[in-house]
Design a protein around this ligand. Structure first.
Ligand SMILES: *Cc1c(COP(=O)(O)O)cnc(C)c1O
Length: 490
């Protein structure tokens, strides 16, 4: 079995098996004609069930053959131009290469003695990101597993900085379109059930800062503590960006921590033409970025950045075996400061211990393509969304909710014949499911004012307006079919 361990003796077999795996995926990419096969859980469950995990195949080629039927054949392919579903991106090749390198070397970014240069590479990318945001000289941060974890850590720091023992008094303000991880974090952080105040959005789905101001005033009047304001820079559903300068002014007036959740909108940091949409983000106390959304990175790749690096101490714990509080006495160290004293241990800043070297993917991306290269890709999908909006707005079959700031379109099919709102909901829901079952395209869904809508999240620069037009025709066809059938049965 040692022949399966990666080491000097197996270097050649490692090379061959990785090449074989890469070739199969490359063939797959070159030949998939649809984003999805339409397979159902009932179709696929018996295929997976039939695999006996206690009877190994013994060799990688056989396992790859089997992988074809258990996974590759029916996976949902984000690189396909008609995958328009969730916030998933096609990935750039330098990042995939980084992924292959980082998992083979298997550095762990908790301590210097498990990563060496990896730690410095991560730190440099954190500095690169904080300077793009404009957080100033004391800024710092750390890579995380995703926006959910980044938001949790940011709100943990905000809770500690609020410096009150009475957790029931703490309040977080975020828009009604903010990500559910804000609510989840509040619960995990032991805040009360009423901790998150949901601030209404305007017609363009941006937080109403006038209402925020009133809520903050009410909070103060009731003797409660405004712990944090979470501004969303790119809401998950609409891509709308809350008014960051107004929110920053209110945060400083009321002494609240300003967190900007830019999990989606962070791609603007690299955009050659749209960076101004994030103006005001430089006033944040903390920022969430998901490189695995708008920097075209493989999952996972995310970071939390803070204006004042010293606040990261709230996540610091010590273990004798890992990152001892006192410098470890080495054999005749020159000075502790000179040797262990300045050893950078990223675990001091992280909620995780063992941690992937995800930063390497972004590193390879920036070294090969440069920031403009990534930003141009994000610009392209924002342009595409603008063109898609024109299509939808001009199409009498559809009602589109809001002109996109980023790359998301929320719309619904409206039949010509008069029918009930509930029936329209069902027709849209049906169209989404039927489209998914056909595998021709994948779109998402959401609710707006309690009604069922459909959503395109555009993150693939290969998608064209012709794709969008074709998918709209498919949706209309499915919706009409549903309405036709219910009419017949009625
Ligand atoms: C996706 C998203 C998150 C959660 O990020 P994950 O990486 O999925 O954990 C948080 N906030 C916003 C605005 C998002 O779009």
């Amino acid at each position: 079995m040692r022949s399966h361990l990666l080491n000097d003796a197996t270097a050649e077999s490692y090379r061959r098996s990785v090449i074989e795996g890469v070739e199969r995926v490359a063939d797959k990419l070159a030949t998939t004609r649809r984003p999805f096969t339409g397979v159902t859980p009932a179709d696929l469950a018996p295929v997976i069930d039939a695999v006996d995990l206690d009877k190994p195949l013994g060799d990688t080629s056989a396992a790859l053959d089997e992988l074809e039927s258990v996974y590759l054949r029916d996976a949902v392919y984000f690189h396909h131009p008609r995958y328009l579903g969730h916030l998933n991106c096609p990935v750039v090749i330098p990042a995939v290469l980084g992924e292959a390198v980082l998992s083979a070397v298997n550095s762990s970014l908790d301590t210097w003695d498990q990563s060496a240069g990896g730690t410095l590479i991560e730190r440099k990318l954190i500095d690169w990101t904080t300077s793009r945001i404009g957080l100033g000289p004391a800024a710092d941060g750390v890579f995380t597993s995703g926006g959910t974890q980044s938001n949790l850590q940011a709100l943990l720091l905000a809770r500690e900085e609020a410096k009150t023992d009475d957790l029931a008094k703490l309040r977080i303000f975020s828009s009604e379109c903010s990500h559910f991880s804000v609510q989840k974090s509040a619960t995990l952080l032991g805040l009360g059930a009423d901790a998150v105040i949901s601030v209404p959005v305007d017609r363009t789905k941006r937080m109403q800062s006038v209402v925020l101001a009133a809520e903050l005033e009410a909070c103060r009047a009731e003797g409660l503590v405004p712990m944090a304001i979470v501004a969303t820079a790119g809401t998950t559903d609409f891509g709308s960006i809350d008014p960051l300068p107004e929110i920053a002014a209110l945060a400083s007036e009321y002494g609240a921590w300003m967190h900007v959740d830019a999990a989606y909108g962070c791609g603007l940091l690299a955009s050659p033409t749209r960076r101004h949409l994030l103006d005001g983000i430089e006033r944040a106390d903390s920022v969430t970025v998901d490189y695995h959304k708008s920097f075209f990175q493989p999952v996972s790749s995310s970071a939390v950045l803070v204006r004042d690096g010293s606040t990261l101490r709230h996540a610091t714990y010590h273990a004798d075996y890992l990152n001892p509080r006192q410098p470890v006495a080495m054999e005749a160290p020159p000075t502790p400061e000179g040797l262990w004293g300045k050893i950078p241990n990223q675990v001091d800043k992280s909620l995780q211990t063992t941690r992937r070297f995800d930063a390497l993917k972004l590193w390879m991306t920036l070294r090969v393509m440069g920031a403009d290269g990534v930003g141009e890709l994000f610009d392209e999908v924002c342009d595409l969304a603008a063109a898609g909006f024109e299509l939808l707005a001009a199409d009498p079959r559809y009602d589109v909710v809001v002109e996109p700031q980023l790359s998301t379109l929320v719309y619904r099919y409206i039949p010509e014949a008069v029918t009930s709102p509930a029936e329209i909901d069902r027709a849209n829901l049906y169209a989404r499911k039927a489209l998914f079952a056909s595998g021709e395209a994948v779109v998402a869904g959401t609710k707006v004012d309690g009604r069922q809508y459909l959503k395109f999240t555009l993150l693939n620069p290969e998608t064209t307006t012709a794709d969008i037009a074709a998918v709209l025709d498919l949706i209309a066809g499915h919706a009409e079919q549903y309405l036709g059938e219910t009419l017949v049965h009625a």
